[in-house]
Design a protein around this ligand. Structure first.
Ligand SMILES: [Fe+2]
Length: 377
């Protein structure tokens, strides 16, 4: 790819052809105009000579600063922005030794090569990372299933991907059922990914953990357990639920918005019996009494919006689709951007969906929607 023929700025990443008259395409820092969100601090080419060689929208910046600001700038007044990704299933699967296959991994390997290899794509994850680095959310929540068979090399691969995404203090992570694919594998996952799953107060890698980020308290739960295929159920367990109850009770006087992360959907009827969260009723009771402002999950490979009973009204629940999917089997790749607006003592949370457009090869941000009544506190 000749540098003189293609825009190589971090937005186009080589996908947009530029005109032959372009004299210079060196990136430079653009100073944010007053009133524009910080995601509009863009590294822009000096000369705007891109023309759309791809379908409309394929060039994320649409070749003009105005369009770039319109598309990329966070919603005006957004105080804190949280991206939510899930079910990355980062390819490729490593070569496996015979002893690795003396387990459920044998079926996993077969399933990957015959069904999922074509669906979960590295180029989509590359695009996702590039766009998130442009959007620069304040924080990123990842709700599990970064691997497919939780092989150590997959776990290391996921570590490298997350490390390249954002500084560790800007990511909160919980594991999914694929990260506990065979008995014992979750132990290495918890050790390797500890930097994103450490409790702020104790510094320990434990569940639930608490991350205090900006105006939000993020609480991570692990529903990942190793089970016999084809079941992909999850369980939190009595001890984890009890620790969660204590954690919330100890902070009952704090009026910060609470965000809960787990891999399996906590609402009834979200999935079939073999994929359910076994002790979701116990979690639902806790949410109804203690109150959360937002619950995020994955596991379903499609965007989901639901609600659970809460002490101040419905608690919004959002499930993200797989972040790497071409959309041949389930929904195309997708992520959420949540905007936490704080005005005085009132907190509003709104959401933007970003859906992958396979034809254009980019994620397209949808308009902002309010998801909550204002929360006093
Ligand atoms: Fe899952």
């Amino acid at each position: 790819m000749a540098r003189s023929n293609f825009c190589v700025c971090r937005f186009c990443i080589g996908q947009t052809r530029i005109s032959a008259s372009a004299q210079s395409h060196e990136p430079k820092k653009y100073t944010r105009p007053a009133g524009i969100g910080k995601a509009a601090v863009l590294v822009l080419p000096r000369r705007w000579s891109c023309r759309r060689a791809s379908p409309p929208g394929a060039c994320l910046i649409n070749c003009t600063l105005r369009e770039a600001v319109r598309i990329l700038a966070p919603v005006p007044g957004a105080m804190y922005t949280i991206a939510h990704l899930s079910d990355l299933h980062i390819p490729p699967l490593p070569a496996m030794r015979p002893w690795h296959l003396a387990s459920k991994r044998l079926l996993g390997l077969y399933s990957w090569h015959h069904k999922w290899k074509a669906e979960h794509r590295q180029e989509i994850l590359d695009q996702l990372r590039a766009q998130l680095q442009v959007l620069r959310p304040d924080h990123i929540c990842v709700t599990g299933d970064l691997t497919f068979t939780s092989h150590r090399k997959e776990v290391d691969q996921a570590f490298a991907w997350l490390e390249s995404l954002s500084p560790p203090e800007r990511i909160s992570l919980v594991p999914g059922n694929h990260d506990a694919y065979v008995p014992g594998s979750l132990q290495y996952v918890r050790q390797r990914w500890a930097r994103w799953m450490q409790d702020d107060d104790s510094g320990d890698q434990q569940f639930p953990y608490l991350h205090r980020r900006g105006p939000v308290d993020i609480i991570g739960l692990s529903s990942a357990i190793a089970v016999l295929t084809p079941r992909t159920v999850g369980r939190l367990g009595r001890q984890q639920l009890e620790r969660l109850r204590r954690l919330i009770e100890e902070r009952a006087d704090e009026k910060r918005p609470r965000l809960l992360l787990l891999h399996h959907p906590p609402q009834d009827g979200a999935t079939r019996w073999a994929k359910r969260l076994i002790d979701r009723r116990e979690l639902q009771q806790l949410i109804e009494i203690q109150g959360f402002d937002l619950v995020l999950h994955g596991h379903l490979h499609k965007p989901v919006q639901a609600s659970l009973a809460g002490p101040r009204g419905p608690t919004p629940v959002f499930g993200a689709a797989s972040a790497s999917a071409r959309g041949q089997r389930y929904a195309p790749a997708h992520f959420h951007l949540f905007h936490v607006h704080r005005q005085g003592d009132t907190t509003n949370i709104s959401v933007q969906h970003a859906h992958y457009n396979p034809a254009a090869g980019v994620f397209e941000l949808q308009p902002e929607q309010a998801i909550l009544d204002p929360v006093q506190g």
